[in-house]
Write a protein that binds this ligand. Structure first.
Ligand SMILES: NC(=O)C1=CN([C@@H]2O[C@H](COP(=O)(O)OP(=O)(O)OC[C@H]3O[C@@H](n4cnc5c(N)ncnc54)[C@H](OP(=O)(O)O)[C@@H]3O)[C@@H](O)[C@H]2O)C=CC1
Ligand SMILES: O=C(O)C(=O)Cc1ccc(O)cc1
Length: 444
């Protein structure tokens, strides 16, 4: 029985979860703790294991498959791989209980909504959701997108009542708006970190072991890169390849990277400067009316202590100047596409806010941007890495444009294997860094 029952019949209301992976389990644990009755399943070969895992959770009942969950639940959340949503909804959708509410947790709504429209009975309401954070982040105060696609006000209100226990900020969007915004925020952000990992892999280095990647900005690059490669490939492939809005962004990121790198290679100092400063003005506004807030998004010093070379410590060597091609390219990319990242804060992930935070830091700290442009032209210290970064960004873009899931998976897996021996410990440092940033946001 729901402890916070706020609609008639809430005591008997059953929330179904199809897909008990990282996100499904997180929802099951949090919703059941708030008193909601959960019926959940994963693939049938995981049945025994899940029954054991949730044996001490009286509010969570594991069932054999999605037909059983669909027949028994009032509100069913599909929490499966985005690429599988069509197939899974086709399989279980027709078993949905009469008058139930159905939604999905996939990161990209276009295929999810198409699957619901195609396979759900017409008496079923559709309210989708998307928690904009990973399974190990505290959902409190994080954005939770809610999509009232085909539903009565009553059904929508029930969904809000159930999900309120997550403590997230509800953001109301259409499926199309959701995909457009997350393409700008998530997909292109991931493209940058995925490319960094590939570049470091290609140059056979763990960047935290050398002396070139030291300091706050580098900590963010390294920790978030590792965080992504430590996750399941399908989450990132799905939201890039299946989101029709994302291809343009990822392609522009590769184009921006390549063009800025050419300017550096060819020593075209004035053009580089003009282009980067024009992007700065478009994205961050003019000096006399900047779009950033008075306080920096990333408070000074918050990320400095999360270096893997010296976890928790002050750092061995001083940072050395870097041209920050990845950051110049993301700002150039936002500028070329007319994206104002601050407009998307309401629908942003912690990763995106950190990425925007370091970009803002580079562009608003006096002297730092000019120094990065100088290094880009004069200093060859980062040329090899930048070359590999450029190749990687183009490789990801091509893979996404051609919708090559298998190639995407292989590209990811081979670099994941390279970094895997170092995930233990590193992931915790990244997690602590994100926690520190979230705490600093909450203190605002
Ligand atoms: N991880 C994240 O940070 C976030 C993920 N999301 C989205 O949430 C969804 C789930 O992600 P996540 O939990 O991380 O991924 P997981 O891979 O951990 O979970 C998906 C689960 O669904 C199972 N599944 C696949 N087919 C079926 C089926 N026919 N019946 C029952 N279960 C099935 C999978 O089994 P198997 O592995 O055997 O295929 C797997 O256990 C994805 O669409 C993702 O994009 C949203 C927000 C954040
Ligand atoms: O913060 C990020 O971008 C993450 O990497 C975690 C994540 C992954 C997929 C989502 O749909 C939402 C959040």
């Amino acid at each position: 029985m729901a402890s916070t029952s706020t609609f008639p019949g809430a005591e008997d209301f059953v929330v179904g979860l199809i897909g008990m992976g990282d996100m499904g389990k997180m929802y099951a644990r949090r919703l059941s703790k708030a008193g909601w009755r959960i019926m959940a399943c994963d693939r049938d070969d995981k049945y025994e294991e899940l029954v054991k895992e949730f044996a001490n959770h009286p509010n969570i009942q594991i069932l054999g498959n999605g037909h059983l969950v669909s027949r028994a639940s009032n509100y069913i959340i599909y929490s499966v791989e985005a690429a599988a949503i069509g197939r899974v909804v086709a399989q279980y959708g027709p078993s949905t209980r009469l008058g139930a509410i159905v939604g999905g947790q996939t990161s990209c709504k276009d295929p999810e909504i198409k699957a619901f429209e195609e396979h759900l009975p017409s008496d079923v309401d559709i309210v989708s959701c998307h928690s904009l954070h990973g399974p190990n982040v505290d959902p409190r105060d994080q954005p939770l997108v809610l999509i009232k696609h085909r539903a009565s006000d009553e059904s929508f209100s029930k969904v809000e009542t159930v999900l309120r226990c997550l403590g997230s900020k509800h953001v109301y969007l259409t499926a199309r708006e959701h995909d457009r915004i997350t393409a700008d925020t998530q997909a292109v952000t991931h493209a940058a970190f995925l490319s960094m990992g590939k570049a470091w892999h290609a140059t056979k280095q763990f960047p935290w072991e050398g002396t070139r990647y030291i300091g706050g900005i580098e900590n963010v690059k390294i920790n978030l890169m590792l965080r992504i490669y430590a996750q399941k490939w399908h989450v990132y492939a799905g939201l890039a390849i299946l989101n029709p809005e994302a291809h343009k962004q990822i392609n522009q990121f590769a184009k921006s990277t390549t063009e800025l790198f050419y300017l550096m290679l060819e020593g075209r100092r004035d053009e580089l400067r003009a282009r980067v400063y024009a992007a700065r003005e478009k994205v961050f506004g003019r000096e006399d009316g900047p779009k950033w807030a008075d306080k920096p998004l990333l408070p000074d010093g918050v990320v400095d202590r999360f270096g893997l070379h010296d976890p928790g410590g002050g750092g061995r060597d001083p940072p050395i100047p870097n041209n920050h091609l990845s950051l110049l390219a993301i700002v150039d990319c936002w500028s070329a596409l007319g994206i104002v990242p601050y407009d998307h804060m309401i629908c942003s992930t912690p990763l995106f806010r950190l990425w925007l935070g370091v970009a803002e830091h580079l562009f608003r700290t006096p002297g730092l941007l000019d120094e990065s442009l100088r290094v880009g032209i004069e200093d060859t210290t980062f040329r090899r890495d930048d070359l590999q970064f450029t190749i990687a960004a183009s490789g990801w873009a091509e893979c996404v444009a051609l919708r090559q899931f298998e190639t995407w998976r292989e590209r990811f897996a081979v670099t994941q294997r390279f970094f895997e021996p170092r995930f233990e410990g590193a992931v915790e440092v990244g997690q602590a860094m994100i926690r520190a940033v979230l705490e600093s946001e909450a203190a605002e």
